[in-house]
Design a protein around this ligand. Structure first.
Ligand code: SIN
Length: 301
């Protein structure tokens, strides 16, 4: 069966019609979905009725799942599911309330960042007229790389940059987030890692800009001010409207994005009694892709 794919009117991302992900997917259909995913970097499926088991099982078709370092926010039934929510239970947070509100690619701060994330909207704040709340904005870091002038591409080719979860966490605390300090044990799980500034995709080979404002602090081998100026230039380039898609959630939407080709930003423009509940899985790279990534990193880092 051919998939019914319709572009999201950007340079990346497609909506997939006619698939009920709560039903078993045969190997051929999944293969087509995976190919579409590698080609378009983001897939949207609307109107899905996945329960937690279905969400985890579907995610596993893309690879092994990763459990997040912030253990208190994992689903009690399924530790592979990270709960992103502003909903409270007896005054206690039930999920991370302010996740993803600075541009980032998931887990770029580990040596082998995750392949993709599958985010399911379970409760979404009611729109008021045309105004929606809790949108997620995505950008194509691959399209942004393609559009760079050739001299800039050449100057980035051999650069690397540190990515740090601890830096991001402290940034959030400095911005007023009431997250508790990371324990020493949590910090030791996520030491900073160096990544190439331009990363060939470990599956498709397509190059993308691989620095982001959440985790990238500076550029190695450049004086601090020069590194900062280069990061600011790249961050401003990445968010140009030509590379961006803004997703307006409805309950039952599942969005799958490629963390090597895209970045995303959650818009925190809602507050209780507006309720937002999302479940996210993150999928690791398969071994063959990891080997290609290791090769790229060994050559540079
Ligand atoms: C994230 O995965 O970074 C959060 C996305 C969202 O809640 O919209």
């Amino acid at each position: 069966m051919q998939l019914d794919l319709r572009p999201l009117n950007t340079r990346f991302g497609v909506e997939v019609f006619g698939i009920d992900l709560a039903q078993p997917l045969d190997a051929e259909t999944f293969d087509r979905i995976e190919k579409a995913f590698d080609e378009h970097s983001l897939l949207l499926f609307r109107g899905q009725t996945l329960d937690e088991n279905d969400h985890v099982a579907l995610s596993r078709r893309f690879g092994t799942l990763q459990s997040h370092v912030l253990k208190p926010y994992l689903s009690s039934e399924h530790p592979e599911l990270l709960v992103l929510s502003n909903i409270e239970d007896n005054g206690q947070a039930t999920g991370i309330g302010d996740a993803g509100q600075i541009w980032h690619a998931d887990t770029s701060y580990v040596e082998t960042p995750c392949r993709c994330s599958l985010l399911l909207g379970r409760e979404i704040p009611e729109p008021r007229g045309d105004r929606t709340f809790g949108d997620t904005v995505f950008l194509s870091a691959a399209a942004a790389y393609d559009a760079l002038p050739e001299e800039r591409k050449a100057s980035l080719a051999r650069l690397t940059a540190p990515h740090s979860f601890i830096h991001y966490y402290k940034l959030k605390q400095a911005q007023g987030s009431n997250r508790p300090d990371l324990t020493k044990e949590q910090e030791s799980e996520v030491p900073p890692v160096d990544q190439p500034v331009v990363l060939p995709h470990p599956i498709t080979g397509r190059k993308a800009i691989y620095v982001n404002p959440s985790y990238t602090t500076t550029i190695n081998a450049l004086p601090e001010a020069e590194g900062r100026a280069l990061l600011d230039e790249l961050f401003a380039h990445l968010v140009k409207p030509a590379f961006v898609y803004r997703h307006k959630w409805r309950p039952g939407d599942l969005v799958i994005w490629d963390n090597y080709a895209t970045q995303h930003l959650a818009i925190g423009d809602y507050a209780l009694p507006q309720r937002r509940l999302m479940h996210r899985t993150t999928v690791l790279l398969r071994d063959d892709a990891k080997a290609r990534l290791d090769e790229t990193r060994r050559a540079l880092v």
